[in-house]
Write a protein that binds this ligand. Structure first.
Ligand code: BGC
Length: 854
């Protein structure tokens, strides 16, 4: 018996569509069927308000336009889908999915702010403050929603129970332009009669210290505040609204200091018992100030919040050189500890965090000015006390525990992994354990660097949304996780910052620290390349439409800077950052000329903009930018390429750029350039010679000229610098530098040395596309390219991916000269199969096995 089953549809990129901001959310669905080659011919959508599309002749199933009237604020509507196959098959209706709109108009916000008064406010990163008020529930309720955000970081409670499971809410956006609120269903937290709502509020990114070189405080304002609107709908249809205003009362609480970088101090003796429940006596508390805020800045989230995603137990208890107790969690993470402790009242335990050990002790120097130190002072209960800091996050694998009362049972300390709760979508495995660990490390670095926004690192006094880092890593990220929503949100911040500062800043949200911002290649190019990557991987043309003005403004700005000769050869550049030959204290001193890198990127992104313009129907723009890209390519060749195909800069990165950005003139030049790249890599003994710019491209460049063996030799190299060297040194995340840990086990002397930076892990994308052989051949993987290129001494490899059309996979194994490949192609898609030693062919959905000789 055959079946055609449609999953409940998804709304936009939401995992949890409660309180969304889109009025006409696009719908996506996947089909499961045992009919080989199944293709959708038509769909029908029904909405719970009676809207019915009837049969729509269309093969589309990803981000299909909303078929009904726009959602209004707070409105809840269901959607279900039915599909018809080209073969005449018809599925049953999918289950219903439900979506609920948030507050879509600024006028929906009655909430002002409740701001702790100046008397209570400490220095930045000082105490987290408590705010509360009582309210009455008049009768039986049908539902209750809390719309909440803060200037600062909040944890909100109702009747003594924490609302939701968000961590570090509301996260970090360009607060001056966009401040995310969240919608929580709090129906179950309310009771008829007396109730109370309270929040603990820390400075967070809003008022706390941000950034390197001493950082800055109070970047967004000097006063923290809670913005909350609790809407109660009674069974009889009447409503009550409880909002933040100056009727709230404030006091200090147990959190005596909270800083994202420095950690949190919690004195449990200072917790006023029952403070967020009804009937608490807050007469001695001070009234909150109602400060103005602009509700037009409040936006619903585009993706999931930060949550506690996993908990790790200590793998080992170590003793440091001075007898310190050090817990090794076996994995470098972003998160914090959760403890269970019993002891005398007033006793303080301290926890220091570090990514690596040096001579057996915590290596704290790489943290620079981030103390990463938590302190807990016991209440002295008869029963064990449980605690986890709530307003800080650390990048660590090791935790040093000082002054634990009595004998430490390692089971009483756990590491809680915190990051944006994206859906994991892709994986890679192969026969080489070191490569598997490399891939695991890439995933862990993605997790460690997605605490609400894509950052460079999670541990030191930085943790900024560096544009270059995510630009190179986005293709790998988009395979590992469904990051379409979170990155769309970050791109909205990028556009906002770009409009305000006149260029794409070095990091987003932009905070001016020691230096200002200026356009830089590979970093600012994120404005074009990140939306393009998301379009290719998730099929979201709407995102390109939304980002188009930003993409265009970037390319226009660079075209202006490059001027008539089309060479971008002026101004500050990061260049091929962290070229392994650059001295530890001068990471920008790469061997590849900055102007070569910048001009190559200019050609690349002008070309992508031309394609984008064509897709969006801006034909004049499409022509203009195609011509621009052509002129920049010509300029590049004039300036940097010899007629035979050698480059003015004889580096791996220069050749990698020229080959992958299509900057050479015809096969003869490509062949010569390819040969030279192979010579360079071999001349370096197959050790990596690239920094942030060349690293994501070098293997593709080698493969584009058929030099698979060289690409594999580079990939499988274990000597420093190489991708596998850190793995042989015990790395559990991707390091910032090729040699963050030197071969003798000491920490690189450079002051900028992180052990959790995803940029150099961008190679994972090549593992997926070329080693395992699963790549998108059309946006959203509607067409797959299955083209594994087995090499090195690998005997098998596989990739699995939850594509927008459903699960796809490729796995191959090699036995002697026989290659066996099994590919699973989702319904509604087709795949081009291109195997070594066989003519390319096209297959439709289903599972296929191929055997060739190689
Ligand atoms: C960051 C990088 C970033 C770079 C800019 C560093 O401090 O950690 O990853 O891209 O500065 O060059």
């Amino acid at each position: 018996m055959t079946f055609v089953h449609v999953e409940a549809p998804a709304f936009e990129h939401h995992r949890d569509p409660l309180g969304i901001g889109e009025r006409a959310p696009r719908l996506s669905w996947t089909v499961t069927t045992d009919i080989p080659g199944w293709q959708q011919e038509a769909y029908e959508i029904e909405l719970s308000d009676g809207t019915a599309t009837g049969r729509v002749e269309s093969a589309e199933s990803v981000l299909v336009p909303w078929p009904g009237g726009e959602l209004s604020s707070r409105e809840r509507r269901g959607a279900r889908v039915r599909v018809h196959g080209r073969d005449g098959s018809a599925g049953d209706w999918s289950p219903w999915s439900w979506v609920e709109a948030g507050l879509l108009d600024p006028a929906d916000w009655q909430a002002g702010t409740a701001a702790p008064p100046l008397e209570l406010l400490g220095v930045p990163d000082g105490p987290a403050l408590l705010l509360r008020r009582d309210f009455t529930v008049r009768g039986p309720i049908r539902q209750a929603r809390l719309y909440v955000t803060a200037h600062g970081i909040h944890e909100t409670e109702i009747n003594g129970r924490v609302v939701g499971d968000d961590v570090l809410a509301p996260g970090w956006t360009t607060y001056g332009h966009r401040l995310r609120y969240r919608t929580h269903d709090v129906t179950e937290l309310l009771a008829e009669g007396a109730n109370a709502i309270g929040a603990t509020l820390s400075d967070g990114w809003f008022r706390g210290r941000i950034g390197f070189a001493g950082g800055k405080t109070a970047v967004y304002g000097d006063r923290t505040a809670l913005i909350a609107q609790l809407e109660i709908t009674y069974a009889d249809g009447t409503t009550d609204v409880v909002v933040t205003d100056d009727s709230w009362r404030c006091a200090s609480g147990p959190v005596t200091a909270a800083s994202l970088y420095d950690g949190e101090n919690h004195d449990a003796r200072l917790l006023p018992s029952g403070w967020s429940g009804p009937g608490f006596d807050d007469a001695s508390w001070l009234p909150a100030d109602a400060l103005p805020h602009d509700p037009a800045l409040l936006v619903a989230p585009l993706g999931p919040p930060v949550r506690r995603v996993e908990t790790l137990a200590p793998a080992e208890v170590l003793t440091g050189p001075d007898g310190e107790t050090i817990l090794d969690f076996g994995q470098n993470i972003a998160g914090r500890l959760r403890i269970r402790v019993q002891g005398p009242a007033g006793h303080t335990v301290t926890f220091r965090h570090a990514e690596v050990l040096e001579n057996g002790a915590l290596a704290l120097r790489p943290l620079r000015h981030a103390a990463a130190l938590d302190e807990y002072t016991l209440r002295g209960d008869d029963a064990p006390e449980e605690w986890e800091p709530r307003f800080t996050v650390h990048g660590f694998r090791y935790a040093q525990v000082d002054n634990w009362p009595g004998e430490l049972d390692p089971a009483d300390v756990q590491a809680v992994v915190c990051h944006t709760d994206m859906r994991p979508t892709g994986d890679f495995r192969c026969s080489e354990p070191l490569l598997n660990r490399l891939h695991d490390n890439v995933r862990w670095s993605m997790r460690g660097n997605y605490v609400d926004l894509p950052t460079d690192c999670p541990q030191r006094d930085e943790r900024l949304g560096w544009t270059g880092d995510i630009q190179v890593f986005a293709p790998a990220a988009a395979f590992l996780y469904d990051c379409a929503g979170p990155l769309s949100s970050w791109l909205a911040d990028l556009s906002a910052d770009q409009a305000e500062h006149g260029t794409v800043p070095h990091y987003v949200p932009w905070v001016e620290l020691v230096f200002g911002t200026s356009p830089t290649a590979a970093w600012g190019d994120a404005a074009v390349l990140v939306p393009w990557t998301l379009y290719r991987r998730f099929g979201d043309l709407g995102l390109l439409r939304q980002q188009y003005p930003s993409m265009k403004a970037w390319v226009d700005q660079i075209a202006g800077l490059a001027g008539d000769d089309h060479l971008w050869d002026e101004g500050f550049q990061f260049g091929d950052w962290l070229d392994p030959a650059a001295p530890p204290d001068d990471p920008g001193k790469a061997r590849t000329d900055h102007a070569l890198v910048a001009t190559a990127y200019h050609a690349w992104t002008a070309g992508i903009l031309a394609e984008t313009a064509a897709l969006l129907g801006h034909s004049a723009d499409a022509e203009h930018y195609a011509a621009l890209a052509g002129s920049v390519r010509e300029a590049f060749r004039r300036e940097f390429v010899t007629p035979s195909g050698r480059l003015a800069c004889d580096t791996q990165t220069a050749y990698a750029l020229a080959l992958t950005c299509d900057l050479l003139d015809g096969p003869a030049q490509r062949e010569r350039a390819g040969r030279r790249l192979v010579e360079l890599v071999a001349g370096d003994d197959h050790r990596i010679g690239t920094g942030f710019v060349g690293t994501p491209l070098v293997c593709d460049a080698l493969c584009s000229v058929g030099a698979y063996d060289t690409a594999y030799a580079l990939l499988l190299q274990r000597n420093c610098p190489s991708w596998l060297y850190p793995v042989t040194m015990g790395a559990t995340t991707i390091w910032e530098r090729w040699d963050s840990l030197l071969p003798d086990g000491s920490v690189n002397p450079g002051e900028m040395t992180s052990f959790n930076h995803y940029a150099l892990g961008a190679v994972a994308d090549w593992l997926h596309r070329t080693v395992a052989g699963l790549a998108p051949a059309a946006p959203g993987y509607r067409r797959l390219r299955i083209a594994p290129r087995p090499g090195g001494d690998l005997t098998h490899a596989s990739a699995d991916l939850e594509t927008p059309y459903g699960p796809a996979s490729v796995s191959w194994s090699r036995d002697g000269g026989t290659l066996t490949v099994t590919a699973s192609v989702p319904p509604g898609t087709v795949a081009e199969i291109d195997l070594p030693g066989a003519a390319p062919q096209e297959v439709s959905s289903g599972t296929h096995t191929f055997t060739t000789r190689m």
